[in-house]
Design a protein around this ligand. Structure first.
Ligand SMILES: C[S@@+](CC[C@H](N)C(=O)[O-])C[C@H]1O[C@@H](n2cnc3c(N)ncnc32)[C@H](O)[C@@H]1O
Length: 252
């Protein structure tokens, strides 16, 4: 479905629910909350590939347009904190510190198996799996692998499991999850998280296992391979035992 159709349909559905409930004399707060949930659901669980920002626009469109329209004069001031509360639930601060929500784009990992030959039923972990866009790409590339994901946000974990029935998703901290049973750990976090990821992978991954990082390079390591994504980004690939890069920046 071409953009911005998903957003327009989502906002229309949220407004329809809000106006319908107000027409039935439901309290303004209840109507606002139901409209906001209707707006946020497709943003979280959309079957269409959408970037992180587009999902944010979809989720915030209804509450912002309601506030701007002046149609919600009887909504008490505190009720405007509800969408903010929902955002904090969706993105706990801890997860935001490591990496906000930006999904792996569709097709980004196509061809990865040529560089990372994994045995059948290899265990693959996506550390910080969000809504599972990375897992879907990994599943397309390694259909026989046993895929797992760990995600800190409860709602994202539930939505991810719903979208990725082929994988086992747990809610937890990627830094406290044991990476050692996995032949490939895939991360898409932040540049600042990379020294910590390298340190953890170096301690826990077995010889021959891989760490793959979308976009952000581990500047202290020599990459074993590099996969070019269709959008121009790279997936940096490191195989144990890692090779330190000459004149590497020391890990924090
Ligand atoms: C940039 S997004 C990538 C999402 C997914 N990996 C993908 O590529 O589609 C980073 C994800 O990591 C999650 N995250 C951040 N810190 C985390 C932590 N300490 N433990 C588990 N998940 C975390 C965030 O909630 C977010 O969903």
């Amino acid at each position: 479905m071409p953009w911005p159709l998903p957003a327009l349909l989502t906002w229309a559905a949220a407004w329809a629910v809000y106006l319908g409930l107000r027409g039935l004399d439901a309290p303004a707060v209840v109507a606002l909350l139901c409209g906001a949930v209707i707006g946020a659901l497709p943003a979280c669980c959309s079957p269409w590939p959408l970037s992180g920002w587009r999902r944010v626009f979809m989720a915030l469109g209804f509450p912002l347009s309601l506030a701007a329209s002046g149609a919600a004069t009887d909504v008490p001031a505190w009720a405007w904190l509800l969408p903010l509360g929902a955002l904090v639930l969706l993105y706990p601060l801890k997860a935001w510190r490591d990496a906000p929500f930006f999904p792996t784009p569709p097709g980004a990992l196509q061809g990865l198996k040529r560089l990372v030959p994994l045995p059948d039923s290899a265990r693959v972990l996506e550390a910080g799996c969000g809504l599972g866009d990375g897992l879907r790409e990994l599943h397309a590339e390694f259909p026989r692998a046993r895929l797992e994901g760990v995600e800190w946000s409860w709602p994202l974990r539930i939505a991810c499991q719903w979208r990725c029935g082929f994988a086992r998703i747990t809610r937890g901290d990627l830094w406290k999850t044991d990476w050692s049973p996995h032949q490939l750990v895939y991360v898409f976090q932040r540049p600042e998280s990379m020294p910590r990821a390298v340190d953890k992978a170096a301690r826990e991954l077995a010889a021959g296992a891989w760490m793959a990082s979308l976009e952000f390079e581990a500047v202290q390591l020599e990459p074993d391979a590099c996969h070019d994504c269709p959008d121009g980004r790279q997936v940096w690939l490191y195989q144990q035992p890692f090779r330190p890069r000459r004149h590497a920046t020391p890990t924090a």
